[in-house]
Ligand binder design. Sequence first.
Ligand SMILES: [Zn+2]
Length: 416
Amino acid sequence: MSDASPSHHHRRSSCRGCAGRAPVAVLDLGLQPPANALLAGEADFAGERRFPLELFFCPDCGLVQLLDVVDPELLFGHYLYLTGMSDTMRAHFDAYAGQICADHGLGADDLVVDIASNDGSLLAAFKARGTRVLGVEPAANVAAIANERGIDTVARFFDETVAAELRAERGPAAVATANNVLAHVDDPRAFLAGMRRLVEPEGIVVVEAPELRHLLDRLEYDTIYHEHLSYFSVAALARIFAGAGLGLERVIDQPVHGGTIRLIARPGREHAPEVLARIAAERAAGLLDLDRYRRFAADVAANREALCALLLEARLEGKVVAAYGAPAKGNTLLNYCGIGPELCAFTVDRNPLKAGRFLPGSHVPCLEVDQLLERMPDYVMILPWNLAEEIMDQQAEYRRRGGRFLVPIPQPRVLA
Ligand SMILES: [Zn+2]
């Protein structure tokens, strides 16, 4: 147990990939509040909880990870990210369901179970193609949104016990999917073993996760927050999948969230040769060497210097800088860089659960999107940089009136 907040946090003493005892600290992002814990009002500022946010690398299995684990109830109990809110994600899920249905010949008898199904956006795309669907979503308020739209969803934390119960109640699944959740769980091997238990012998397990090489190559350090316990290379994943009795059949690159991989696995198989080749390429690129992480940490520190210099210069010129969006990654960035309302006056967000609140740690106020035109800041820093094009299209009027956008990473820069 830790000193920061004994009742809501603990620090692991071993690697969650291989149980090795020697993960090495590579990047310290400081004490940070949970990145989705927006605050209702100024009265909440003083009681805000902060926890260590520090990245480790395991030289034994290559897994990059946090060892500080904040209680899931604190992180996910009132989850505010709704996948269906983004046009980009809606299109992604539609193509996703289309590909799986076509490649695996799914029909009306086939059950698709999505773990951490959020508002049911992916399952809606499967349902539209005629399959049976079931969602498993830990956040009760988000599960309720899915059920209201007609996507059958149980509000539970997924584990092997829940997997066994669901299989007994609903029968085996043809497909079990889990997107952007494997990195959230403290025991990914047990989670995958639960997915294996859900599917029929010829069924498939499909997992999407952000890929580590993009975090390194594009300096996406803002995607490090307490909810993301693991940062996966294919090498580290392959070892964990094998430990759960799953063989990787394919690894498919996806452009969402700044670089994601879709992994397709089957029970009781060996990893395919193309997957082994990809692991060899990672090794050749240095992803399994501590030196690569030392260099990454130095680049992150340089980004903070450059971003703060840019924002200070704007303030000295009398310019107003605001932000767009209130994603978790934006909060890591603002808090690590020490950017508060004096450098970033406010942000705006389309999500009605976020507008009207304050960002955790930085206490930057989050307003309705129409405030962008109302207040016309000189610059708008796009925090969800993976959606930059969509946001700039939506806010064409702000640009037409002379407003300018900037992105913070990999190099802080004003967009033309
Ligand atoms: Zn390890």
